[in-house]
Design a protein around this ligand. Sequence first.
Ligand SMILES: Nc1ncnc2c1ncn2[C@@H]1O[C@H](COP(=O)(O)OP(=O)(O)OP(=O)(O)O)[C@@H](O)[C@H]1O
Ligand SMILES: [Mg+2]
Length: 377
Amino acid sequence: MPEPVLGILTLYLNEAKQLEEKGVYQRMITQGKRIGLDVFVFTPMDVHSSKELIHALVYDPQTGKWSRKWRPFPQMIYDRCRIQRSARFQQLLRFRSKYNHMTFLNRPLRNKWTIHQTFSQKSRFRQHLPETLLYHSSADLLRILKSSPVIYIKPASGTGGRGILRIEKLKDSRGMFDIQGRRQDRRIITPRKVSLSRLNSIVRQWCIGGRFLVQQGIPLRLPGGRFHDYRMLIQKNGQGKWEMTGMAGRIGAARSVTSNLHGGGHAVRAETLLRDWLGSADKADKAMKASEKLGLEAAAFLEDSFGALCELALDLAIDHEGRIYVLEVNPKPAREVFARSGDSETYRKALLRPLEYALWVYKNKNTAPPVSSKTEE
Ligand SMILES: Nc1ncnc2c1ncn2[C@@H]1O[C@H](COP(=O)(O)OP(=O)(O)OP(=O)(O)O)[C@@H](O)[C@H]1O
Ligand SMILES: [Mg+2]
């Protein structure tokens, strides 16, 4: 019997047709072979719709070489495409809608604001959301500053810690605010102290040309001065069930208000970081268990709301009292955080799970999750 075929759908990063995660795909193709799943990589640009063929990127683990082969459409698609401002992304949107009837393991999720609003509908999740508003004017800043001495401003469709400001109301110097952050190109801005009227005009400028969120800042500064948070990976397993694959801690670079690895952050074991942060192994264990429960319920809820999903990474903030906040949900998560924290077993599992889930979907095709036609914003 021929093996089931999974196509990894991705986007070229540039005209030179570079791929972001070639090494990851290489491992997935090799793992796929081992468990009886034929995996290839393609982008919408490689699809010849009139011939119903794909000029696919294939990898041969035996020779260790990549090559091109004409392949029929796969039975299942694993969508790894992240937002790009390019014609390639527009082509992807057309591909997704034209081939909407195909079996996608995962459908696009929505922007941060829509996800926030969706979670807010349920009290189960509302208690884990930082207070958040869509920025319209300085009145929104003032509203959150009233209840929270620290606020974050971030793009509604941002990624990788870009375009993020942290604003802190200073206690001792009346009416002054400390501003730190990262520009769209991730460069760290020079920290400064400003008055309220200056703050308002800086934020107005910052938010031109896009939608931005104003969010309650969760206190996450470690004793050494660096900021931290947690990355939790939730995936569907070989039985079609949601499972937590792992959780890692991220510690930001010096002078950085974000903890993203791309911004110079480093990864550590979640257990150790949490134990040091909360003061006991018992408290850390409780927080880990509560995070896992929250993650599993959040994944199931988002799948119900937006259509098929096979994995999600949650960026979690846990304050000194052990309260858990969802900062963000990533539907196309990188898994490098586990390789970097030294948790190679979790890294291995993180690559294998989508493949095992694909096999499950293949065997249970008639009961696979329903398709959704909603598009990414
Ligand atoms: N409300 C907040 N309180 C404290 N820290 C925050 C808050 N929002 C963001 N941060 C810090 O900034 C980082 C980046 O924010 P966020 O995860 O929301 O966006 P992003 O990383 O740019 O998006 P993506 O994860 O999709 O790449 C977080 O990992 C965290 O370190
Ligand atoms: Mg993030």
